[in-house]
Design a protein around this ligand. Structure first.
Ligand SMILES: [Zn+2]
Ligand SMILES: [Zn+2]
Length: 173
């Protein structure tokens, strides 16, 4: 998915809006594979600033299949990455090396630009629900689906002392 930017502009056209959809099943980021549940959308505006010099501004939307950090159930993680980038081939700046990955010889690699933006916005962890109960560490039951009878032996010893005190008082009444 490559676009030659010089072909988009003329004396009268200085602004162009580009919309593309990427049909992909999977993405690989840092050795990890993510399934994609719907086509990736990218929409951005390109403004010509000068010869070989452009400003791009827009957003990328993707839906990745991830897994809840507590219960391991599937979660669709909606990612939206907004970006503003200056494309300029005239600058030979090492800090612009990243730009050369997706813009070179007036050719903008839209797919590379979109995937980089998604990658930067993938959350480290997702939850199916803020109140997800997770999985019982003893029997493996999904505590959102069923309660189990396992003893919770992770009671904080300080709290356990309070519990005993509370039980004694309760008996006296
Ligand atoms: Zn969960
Ligand atoms: Zn259990």
């Amino acid at each position: 998915m490559q676009i030659n930017l010089t072909e988009l502009f003329s004396q009268t056209v200085k602004d162009v809006t580009i919309r593309r959809t990427l049909e992909m099943d999977q993405l690989e980021f840092g050795g990890e594979i993510f399934e994609i549940s719907e086509p990736i959308k990218i929409e951005f505006e390109v403004t010509q600033l000068g010869e070989g010099e452009y400003l791009t501004q827009g957003k990328v939307e993707a839906a990745l299949v991830m897994y809840c950090n507590r219960c391991m159930n599937e979660v669709i993680s909606r990612i939206e990455g907004r970006f503003t980038k200056e494309l300029n081939e005239n600058i030979d700046d090492p800090e612009n090396d990243e730009m050369k990955d997706y813009y070179k010889n007036s050719i903008l690699n839209v797919k590379k630009l979109a995937l980089d933006e998604i990658y930067m916005n993938v959350p480290m962890k997702v939850l199916c629900n803020e109140s997800c109960q997770g999985i019982c560490k003893v029997c493996g039951a999904d505590l959102n689906q069923e309660a189990c009878n396992c003893e919770d032996d992770n009671v904080d010893p300080r709290l356990a002392g309070l519990k005993d005190l509370f039980n004694e008082r309760f008996k006296e009444v």
